[in-house]
Design a protein around this ligand. Structure first.
Ligand SMILES: Cc1cc2nc3c(=O)[nH]c(=O)nc-3n(C[C@H](O)[C@H](O)[C@H](O)COP(=O)(O)O)c2cc1C
Length: 310
């Protein structure tokens, strides 16, 4: 990756500093294999974006999906690396918590384990099960989906907006903007629909540090579109890779019915590589809201409020 503008090394301090101009980054795609796609040039891969691209533009780049290729997400990860540095004390970590039907044991969650296995899985035993399952899926010419959880710690309370630009709305939009994502949930998410009002309410008590303490985090760190200071918890579902060896029924761009088999390099579970992408998108949204917050209100009001002001 090359940095084209926006930062320089200050001789006087030996530090890299931003100049205030846009930071331009360039990643050359030096590892493409367009030949892999020549056989299915005119056919639509079921689950891929060729058909709607043709309908909209009259053209689609069949070489690896063109603009629908997740290659562009490399740049999101690069942008996320910058975003992480904008908010002081922010930590954004992601983990693969489900592959197909297989889940993790949340009691075995160990963030250090995420760095130790190729699945970004926080449960060592589950990672072994994922490895065996993925091998079988690959050998059978198929693919499998995944669920990823991203947790952001150190998010200040007060980021977001009440109507336009809600923090949770922006997070959902950013995550849904990642290729192959079909579902996003915040906090308890879809499970909240099954909870009672009592179970779902994140009760509050005063902590020893003079700040309120939430006794649970079903809200996932956002209420009314604004961060509460609790960890932000975002989960998302990634569909199984649509390019698979096993034939699927489709049509071609001339209106004939065909069977499509996709050869070439395709991960049987793109959800694995979606972990750092999810982290990056969450970091970008938080950094964006952090800067907007500063522009909107500067210093937040001092809390708790005096009972008798003035
Ligand atoms: C990291 C990553 C890698 C991907 N690699 C592939 C791939 O090799 N083959 C494929 O068919 N789809 C792949 N996808 C998914 C497609 O880009 C995506 O399904 C396609 O653009 C259609 O868009 P949609 O699924 O978001 O509707 C990948 C997605 C991600 C996040």
């Amino acid at each position: 990756m090359r940095i084209l503008s926006g930062v320089f090394a200050d001789d006087r301090t030996g530090r890299q500093v931003t100049t205030g101009t846009p930071i331009a980054l360039l990643i050359d795609n030096v590892d493409q294999r367009s030949k892999d796609y020549s056989e299915i040039r005119d056919s639509y891969r079921p689950g891929h974006a060729g058909y709607p691209y043709d309908i909209k533009y009259g053209v689609h780049d069949y070489r690896g999906g063109g603009r629908a290729s997740a290659r562009e997400t490399a740049m999101r990860v690069a942008a996320g690396a910058i975003a992480r540095r904008i908010v002081p004390g922010l930590s954004v970590r992601g983990a693969l918590i489900q592959m197909g039907e297989l889940g993790i044991d949340r009691d075995e969650w160990d963030w250090a384990e995420v760095e130790r296995n190729p699945f970004f899985c926080p449960d060592a035993k589950a990672a072994e099960r994922f490895a065996a399952h993925l091998d079988a899926v690959r050998k059978s010419g198929s693919s499998v989906g995944a669920v990823i959880e991203v947790v952001a710690d150190g998010v200040p309370a007060g980021l977001g907006a009440p109507v336009y630009g809600k923090l949770d709305g922006d997070l959902a939009g950013a995550i849904m903007g990642i290729n192959a994502v079909k579902g996003v949930e915040i906090g308890a998410g879809f499970a909240a629909a099954r909870l009672s009002g009592e179970a779902n309410a994140d009760e509050m008590r005063m902590g020893n540090d003079g700040k309120p303490r939430f006794l649970s985090n079903n809200a996932g760190g956002v209420l009314g579109g604004i961060s509460t200071g609790q960890p932000l918890v975002v989960r998302f579902a990634v569909k199984p890779t649509s390019s698979i060896l096993n034939p699927r029924r489709s049509v071609d761009r001339y209106g004939a019915e065909v069977d499509v088999t996709t050869k070439g390099r395709h991960d049987p579970c793109v959800g694995i590589r979606a972990v750092p992408i999810g982290e990056a998108m969450v970091a970008c949204v938080i950094a964006d809201h952090y800067l907007r917050h500063r522009g909107q209100v500067g210093e937040s009001p001092r809390w708790p409020f005096p009972r008798n002001p003035g």
